[in-house]
Ligand binder design. Sequence first.
Ligand code: NAD
Length: 365
Amino acid sequence: MDLFKELGERGHEQVSFFHDSDSGLKGLVAIHNTVLGPALGGCRMWNYENETEALVDVLRLSKGMTYKAAIAGLNLGGGKAVIIGNSKTQKTENLFRSFGRFVEGLGGRYITAEDVGTSIRDMEHVRMETDYVTGISQALGGSGDPSPVTAYGVFVGIKASVKERLNRVDLDGLKVSIQGLGHVGMYLCEYLHKEGVELFVTDIDQALMGQAVDNFGATPVDPDGIYEVEVDVYAPCALGATVNPDTIDKLKCTIIAGAANNQLIENNFGGELKKRNILYAPDYAINAGGLINVSNELEGYNQERAFSQAEGIYETLMEIFHRSDNEGISTNEASDRQAEDRIKKIGELKSFYLPYKKSFKIRNA
Ligand code: NAD
């Protein structure tokens, strides 16, 4: 790979490679863009086939974080870390403390957090070596599980989508299908049930299905059958890439609005949804509640403030929908343009000298 050409095309500022033979750490941090603030993004631990695969993943994921933070209105940039290794067999205290020391060495340009293959416990080890870590447990003064705030943001985003497409302000009597009843999906069921929504749910875990049926009167659906249920809203809350060539023509919904990351198998599927008159709430805009939650921890966590910030997802989506209509583009394209515009505008604002500049504060810093 021609690394600098790749960084240029993707717009990255920095990639750092970390190696520590004592702990076995092989890690990469990619900092995509820090115009809005320090780059924040989780640390993924994955058994990559080779180093190029790890590099491509960290470049892709860090760029996604830039857009997510920008669209959520946060003063944060985009970054991500990957640790190459098996998260089931190769985790040690030393590995994460060593990673923490390298993060400390970046001097606050990158703030790490939990991600696929890492846990709150791992982040507690990271925190022994650096303050540039967020998403730690409430017992240690952190923000804990972000899922309630993520689910609330998705709930608010469903309301915005319903207003836009069905011109309704309430959800009473609407039908919503939820794919995945994990941390986010189950909270989402609760919020929607309270508003009088009729729920159709699926999960590969039968116990979770039973819980949703008992607590919210939901109708259980087979995992493969979820795409064909006739509903107002389909909320993907399990895996990515569920809007793909096999599913798109099965969909019988008016709106797609859910928590899962990377819902479209390829970006051009946003245009395919528009052609089919299905309103798509871009995943990284509607599921930003999790990022909003951890970002709050950086200034002293307050859950009420995190929930209230997540309410902003309503207006953000409305702006995206209007831009999509006005410019005749898909909603995911409109969302990318909104995010890029914000980075550009704030960048211009910062381009002139201020004698006293409010700097980003990190706990204990
Ligand atoms: P989770 O692992 O707690 O829940 C996912 C659920 O999906 C599990 O119950 C699992 O059994 C189920 N599932 C897996 N494969 C399935 C299939 N084929 N059909 C139906 N169900 C299936 O995850 P989560 O924290 O609830 O997150 C859900 C999604 O939202 C993920 O894509 C995640 O990346 C994204 N997300 C989560 C947060 C957050 O705050 N937790 C924030 C942003 C984005």
